[in-house]
Design a protein around this ligand. Structure first.
Ligand code: HEC
Ligand code: HEC
Length: 459
């Protein structure tokens, strides 16, 4: 029996399972897509979520008090910034309205531009997300004393239970993201001798000086016994992680409802697109599981733009991806498979936001070599600044880099008709949870530091 004939007579999760004509060894055959379940989400107490919300929006967490998590992971752009590559502490303005500022350009590693596209923060409180960042440099690791492997190594404090808590103390320690340049603030200065603990200790000094935070931490963590100064950076991470886990849970897309058994949730085009995704195009060889990611690392030949990691340990302005973490040359240009929930809302797409249309990103997968060699860099969304613009295309314009990226591609070309691509895109749109369309309710009225929540553009 063909999968099409099964529609309507089997429960939805099973249908998706049977829908695979999977090649032998296809993991999806053994592991059908399961609907997300409440018990698989980390469910923190409300006081902790509320404290985390205030911290997430409070610029006090950045060295120069000019960036909050929300400056980049903005509720107005589905927890991203709408740019190809994020703009760090040297920039001005909020999210899509940010410009690259006027600081003089550092020879390597400029603070005005980051290296990578903003990943969205949806569903990271679900147990499946055991590896985060495009290169997976932070992960759950039962063998590590703290239970997690991270860039801080042995300096990562004990006490985190969930990866989303542990990762939340890292953005303030990133010079380009939140700490800022040495000489401009006490956190950046402390980072010179103690890149992680220096910043974390400095943040605690700041937060403990604000009476409202003392009160909020005591209420969010009764185990502190009411001692207002007893909270540590672990409690900061636990609160910010709790907020993200709850505010950005997003498992009510038409596809989620379909997985839970509502057969009318998907349009006929989306059902056809789902079959293309799981069967004809074998997208689930990598985009597998409830959130459509194997959390593995794959090289699919996305063209590279941006400052990269130029000069830090290797030549050029490219991004070696997973190799930067594993040290294994076989991992060069491999990036973590992104989850596809709300993918229609989170462009530009790819680890460096190269693609400014979802169709362009999807079609890239079908013929990655041709897409790489004929890529149009004018689609990038980067606020112009002539000195940065020059750097942005160094890797892209270098034929040797392009050839090296092409040699690593792990995707076989696949022919799909225009109609199949259109259906595939209808399925991508059916992965949008309507709640993610408007996240304004997550924004607090004010934050305890009294700092402004956002600015459109500073003069
Ligand atoms: C300057 C912009 C910027 C700021 C500010 C920022 N981030 Fe991020 N965030 C990024 C970028 C870029 C990445 C991806 C980095 C990578 O993969 O190498 C990221 C990744 C993440 C991830 C991992 C997502 C995933 O799927 O892998 C989490 C969680 C996260 N940030 C939370 C936070 C929190 C919490 C804050 C505030 C404490 C914050 N970020 C502040 C730019 C920013
Ligand atoms: C070999 C594994 C693999 C297969 C098969 C695969 N993908 Fe991907 N996909 C990835 C990786 C890895 C990325 C990120 C690559 C990068 O940015 O360098 C990605 C990125 C994407 C993105 C962009 C997501 C974002 O947030 O930027 C979309 C959309 C996407 N894939 C859809 C598909 C579709 C549709 C198919 C089937 C036609 C497919 N993928 C097949 C591995 C795969």
């Amino acid at each position: 029996m063909k999968p099409a004939a099964l529609i309507g007579i089997v429960p939805a999760p099973l249908l998706v399972f049977l829908g695979f004509g999977g090649h032998p060894g296809d993991g999806e055959r053994r592991n059908p897509v399961q609907p997300a379940r409440d018990e698989d989400f980390f469910q923190p107490p409300p006081e902790r979520v509320e404290l985390g919300r205030l911290l997430y929006f409070d610029k006090i967490l950045s060295g120069n008090r000019n960036m909050s998590c929300a400056t980049c992971h903005s509720p107005i752009v589905a927890t991203t910034d709408g740019l190809s590559i994020n703009i760090g502490t040297g920039g001005r303005g909020l999210s899509v309205l940010r410009d690259a500022g006027t600081l003089p350009l550092a020879p390597i590693d400029p603070v005005e531009r980051g290296q990578r596209n903003m990943p969205p923060l949806f569903n990271l409180g679900h147990k499946d997300f055991v590896r985060l960042f495009w290169d997976g440099r932070i992960s759950v690791d039962p063998a590590a004393p703290q239970g997690f492997r991270s860039p801080a190594g042995a300096e990562l404090p004990n006490g985190f239970e969930h990866l989303i808590e542990a990762i939340s103390i890292f953005a303030p320690t990133e010079r380009q993201e939140m700490t800022g340049e040495a000489g401009t603030n006490e956190l950046a200065n402390a980072a010179l001798s103690a890149p992680f603990t220096g910043v974390w200790d400095g943040l605690l000094v700041r937060l403990r000086a604000i009476p409202e935070y003392l009160d909020l931490f005591s209420r969010a963590f009764p185990e502190l016994g009411g001692d207002p100064d007893a909270f540590t950076i672990v409690h900061v991470g636990k609160a910010v992680g709790a907020f993200q886990a709850v505010a950005f849970r997003s498992d009510d897309s038409p596809f989620d409802r379909y997985l839970r058994g509502d057969r009318s949730a998907l349009s006929p085009e989306a059902v056809s697109g789902m079959r293309v995704f799981y069967d004809r195009a074998r997208c689930a060889a990598c985009h597998s599981g409830t959130f459509q990611t194997d959390l593995g690392f794959h090289a699919i030949g996305v063209p590279q733009i941006g400052p990269g990691f130029g000069g830090v340990g290797y030549a050029g302005r490219e991004d070696y991806g997973r190799e930067l973490v594993s040290g294994d040359r076989g991992d060069r240009y491999r990036f973590r498979t992104p989850s596809l929930r709300n993918v229609a809302l989170t462009g530009p797409w790819g680890h460096d936001g190269f693609f400014n249309s979802l169709e362009g990103m999807v079609r890239h997968h079908l013929d990655p070599h041709s897409s790489l060699y004929h890529a149009d860099p004018t689609q990038r969304v980067l606020p112009p600044r002539s000195d940065l613009d020059e750097i942005d295309l160094v890797a892209f314009d270098d034929p040797a880099t392009t050839n090296a990226i092409a040699r690593r591609i792990e995707l076989a070309p696949r022919h799909l008709s225009d109609g199949e691509v259109a259906d595939l895109l209808a399925f991508m749109h059916a992965l949008t949870d309507p709640r993610a369309l408007d996240l304004r309710k997550t924004v607090p009225q004010r934050v305890p530091s009294g700092l402004p929540l956002a600015e459109i553009r500073e003069p």
